[in-house]
Design a protein around this ligand. Sequence first.
Ligand SMILES: CC(C)(COP(=O)(O)OP(=O)(O)OC[C@H]1O[C@@H](n2cnc3c(N)ncnc32)[C@H](O)[C@@H]1OP(=O)(O)O)[C@@H](O)C(=O)NCCC(=O)NCCS
Length: 270
Amino acid sequence: MTPTSHAQNWHDPPRGLVLARDEVHVWRIALDPPGHIVERLASFLSADEQARAARFLALIHRTRFQVARGTLRAILGRYLGREPGRIEFAYGEHGKPFLPGIDLRFNMAHSKDVALLGVSDGRELGIDIEAVRPLEDAERIVARFFSAREQADFFRVIPAERQEAFFRGWVRKEAYIKAIGMGLALPLADFDVTLAPGEPPRLLHVANQPDAPARWTFGELDPGAGFQGAIAVEGGGWRLCGFAARGLWNEGLGHRTEVSASRRTGVSPE
Ligand SMILES: CC(C)(COP(=O)(O)OP(=O)(O)OC[C@H]1O[C@@H](n2cnc3c(N)ncnc32)[C@H](O)[C@@H]1OP(=O)(O)O)[C@@H](O)C(=O)NCCC(=O)NCCS
């Protein structure tokens, strides 16, 4: 498999956004934009998404959900040449959203005021972001949920570096369970990822699936100070492009006819 990719530069998206088959685009989305942007993004949501938004008790969580979903729709709309409000999602058995009948794959994660969205042409993927924070019980969580091999790797890390190692391992594990769509329905101890300092992100072993480590490659994501991120992508030979969603807001939201990704991805614009 090819070496892993690393994204830490978040560029404004180009006007003619093209998603090549050997690219994976990761979008960094700041979830606390100005009010007029929130209003516009919220207007893209479907009735079931609006109902979900209304169930958040805290305004900040409702707003961030609206921004994440609205931006997801705006970005997918750009690739597909479709109005954000006309994107239709279906959901896998464990809740993974996807676009039925369309090759474009995506996955989203959020933590605090930042979300990440990974998009590819036909490669299944999973993404995760976590705010790195002091965890009094990291050792206990590792002992309970990480695999035996991960536990051994973790406890070899010097205590001063364990917080980073914990979140490094955590985002890699979440990226994998989200890539395969199972979420926490897959026992976290059933597979091993790397987590030691300096070790590239990799899937080492999956119980009863000897070919899995060769099927998935990982990218390390740098969402900004205080966060860790990872992406797991089907196959190898791809490269990461990092975009800032604020670039999209700056130039206006929604449908753009010159977008050519749909042609490159074999997806027909409406
Ligand atoms: C998927 C899961 C790991 C997400 O973890 P999290 O840290 O809470 O949330 P993240 O920010 O990383 O990701 C959330 C996003 O992942 C996506 N997502 C949801 N379910 C997913 C799944 N099974 N696989 C991949 N992605 C999923 C959605 O886009 C979601 O965004 P939304 O909440 O705005 O709709 C977790 O919610 C989970 O395991 N859910 C499935 C639960 C399940 O299997 N239940 C079975 C009961 S029998």
